[in-house]
Design a protein around this ligand. Structure first.
Ligand code: AHM
Ligand code: MG
Length: 338
């Protein structure tokens, strides 16, 4: 059987003129960093990597040792390759340009080094999410403002899930492709080329404990899902919530479903829990490249003009027809209000 490694896949993408050598190198380096994170995650208690780091990130959230370690691994791996102009991370207040002593490249890299932190200490899947943008022409020391580009301008996006197997799921703007880490060889092998999300679903993913804090259209939409066959949707729905976005999105890319983290009244000043630049945009691109949809419930996620590096948004993504259905409830509610 002929096997396609990530290396070969990227070379073929370059030969086909879909990417240049810099982007190929960038993805290779990110994938290498993910392998290192995978090794650290899989050591668990034996690696001394579990538990709190005793620090907080920019958003006031407690950091786990693995959050800090993964952030350091990604920063270090990407500093010197010559393909990047700057990095931004969910764990750091500001972006960091490539140090002066290293060559600078054309791309900006954003990452959530270890998403699903609450699952680290309980041995449940976590992951790294990343997004790649172009550095605006003529800018050689980019600042935070240069990252504020809509998700539709991403040139690549992906995640690496550290689960029973480690998988890298990647889009370069031409479909979404999954690679599984062959641990003995240390290489990612293409196992699911051109993933397609089923258009319809009977499965939803949401943290139901927040139900009482949702706005009216969310209450109505989920109420109708729960009503099952006897309700207006005329079918029974199943629910899954892993509380690791990578794991929930991976399931949806594999067998369909809708993932929702809506706005809620717990902290009305926050537009949502998830971050536009590190979570919603890259996952939105992966899902849309697999035929699904990504919305805030009202507008397409990839069309949002960001106003801050750590901006939050409500997220609805997955099977096309189900996302469209959820959006209808919100738009109908807004129209009735006007
Ligand atoms: P994190 O980046 O701090 O790990 O938070 C993001 C995570 C997502 O992976 C997941 O979908 C969500 O938070 C779970 O939130 P909750 O614990 O409110 O259910
Ligand atoms: Mg996260």
């Amino acid at each position: 059987m002929s096997r396609t490694s990530l290396t070969r896949f990227l070379i073929e993408e370059q030969q086909a003129g879909r990417i240049g050598p810099e982007l190929r190198q960038l993805v290779t380096i990110v994938s290498r960093a993910c392998k290192r994170i995978s090794i650290a995650v899989s050591k668990g208690a034996l690696g001394g990597v579990l538990g709190d780091a005793g620090t907080g990130n920019i958003q006031g959230e407690a950091q786990k040792k693995l959050d800090v370690l993964s952030n350091d691994i990604l920063l270090e791996a990407n500093a010197w390759g010559g393909h990047l102009a700057a990095c931004a991370s969910e764990e750091m207040e500001h972006s960091t340009p490539v140090p002066d002593r290293y060559p600078s490249g054309d791309f900006l890299l954003l990452f959530d080094p270890l998403d699903g932190s609450s699952n680290i200490d309980v041995n449940v899947s976590v992951g790294t999410i990343f997004s790649v943008l172009r550095c605006p022409p003529g800018v050689d020391k980019p600042g935070d403002e240069h990252f504020l580009q809509p998700g539709s301008t991403q040139v690549a996006a992906g995640y690496c899930i550290y689960g029973p197997s480690t998988m890298l799921v990647l889009t370069l703007g031409h479909g979404t492709h999954a690679f599984t880490l062959e641990r003995e060889e240390g290489s990612f092998l293409l196992t699911q080329p051109d993933m397609r999300i089923p258009e319809e679903t009977k499965e939803f993913a949401i943290n139901m404990s927040n139900q009482r804090h949702w706005e009216a259209p969310m209450q109505a939409y989920v109420g109708d899902l729960l009503a099952g066959k006897e309700g207006p949707r005329g079918k029974d729905f199943n629910m899954r919530w892993i509380a690791s976005m990578v794991a929930d999105v991976h399931r949806i890319l594999t067998r369909g479903g809708i993932f929702i983290y809506p706005w809620d009244r717990k902290d009305p000043s926050k537009a949502g829990k998830l971050r536009l630049m590190y979570e919603a945009n890259p996952m939105g691109m992966l899902v849309e490249q697999a035929g699904g949809l990504a919305s805030t419930g009202r507008t397409p996620i990839l069309g949002i003009q960001p106003d801050g590096l750590h901006q939050r948004v409500p997220v609805f993504l997955g099977s096309r027809q189900e996302v469209t259905e959820a959006v209808k409830y919100h738009l109908a509610f807004d129209e009735a209000k006007d």
